[in-house]
Write a protein that binds this ligand. Structure first.
Ligand code: ATP
Length: 142
């Protein structure tokens, strides 16, 4: 079985006390967070910075300490089964403008409920629930 490991982030923008989450429409048709393959000798956090920049053009960001959430799933690639693990961090963006790469078809900034509805996979929804609860618990420090 093939094995893949990616790193990504729940990216949010905070404005007038409202949190907006950034979702991307993948070429395969699902809505998900920015993420990508961890390259050789790369730290997870470097992957996240690099992927966010490549996929959205966002550079001005900050990692929220103490948040990390891992998911796993299986999918079929060229007839073979891939076991995939993705680790998600929580990232605040200070930019709202997004420049998409050719990998993705669309993007959207949505509030919590909207993002929860839009995300395609249960594991992604669980990641958002955890990230949102984490942010709510530190609301006054944002
Ligand atoms: P990456 O962004 O890590 O470079 P990718 O764009 O190559 O990855 P994925 O987003 O992992 O690929 O999608 C590969 C396949 O897995 C697609 O068929 C997709 O529908 C499916 N998939 C993606 N996320 C999940 C998930 N959370 N649960 C189940 N299947 C998923």
């Amino acid at each position: 079985m093939l094995y893949e490991r990616s790193a990504g982030a729940v990216v949010f923008y905070y404005e007038d006390k409202h949190i907006k989450y950034l979702l991307l429409l993948y070429g395969a048709g699902h809505w998900d967070f920015p993420k990508g393959n961890i390259e050789k000798d790369e730290e997870e956090i470097e992957t996240v910075r690099r992927e966010i920049f490549e996929e959205t053009g966002i550079k001005n960001l900050a990692f929220i300490p103490n948040f990390k959430h891992e998911i796993r799933y299986f999918y079929k690639k060229k007839g073979g089964l891939v076991h995939k693990e993705v680790v998600f961090y929580l990232v605040r963006s200070y930019e709202k403008e997004v420049t998409l790469s050719s990998e993705h078809k669309d993007y959207v900034w949505l509030d919590y409920e909207g993002a929860l509805r839009r995300l395609t996979y249960k594991t992604a929804k669980d990641t958002l629930i955890k990230a949102h609860n984490f942010l709510m618990s530190m609301d006054e420090r944002l």
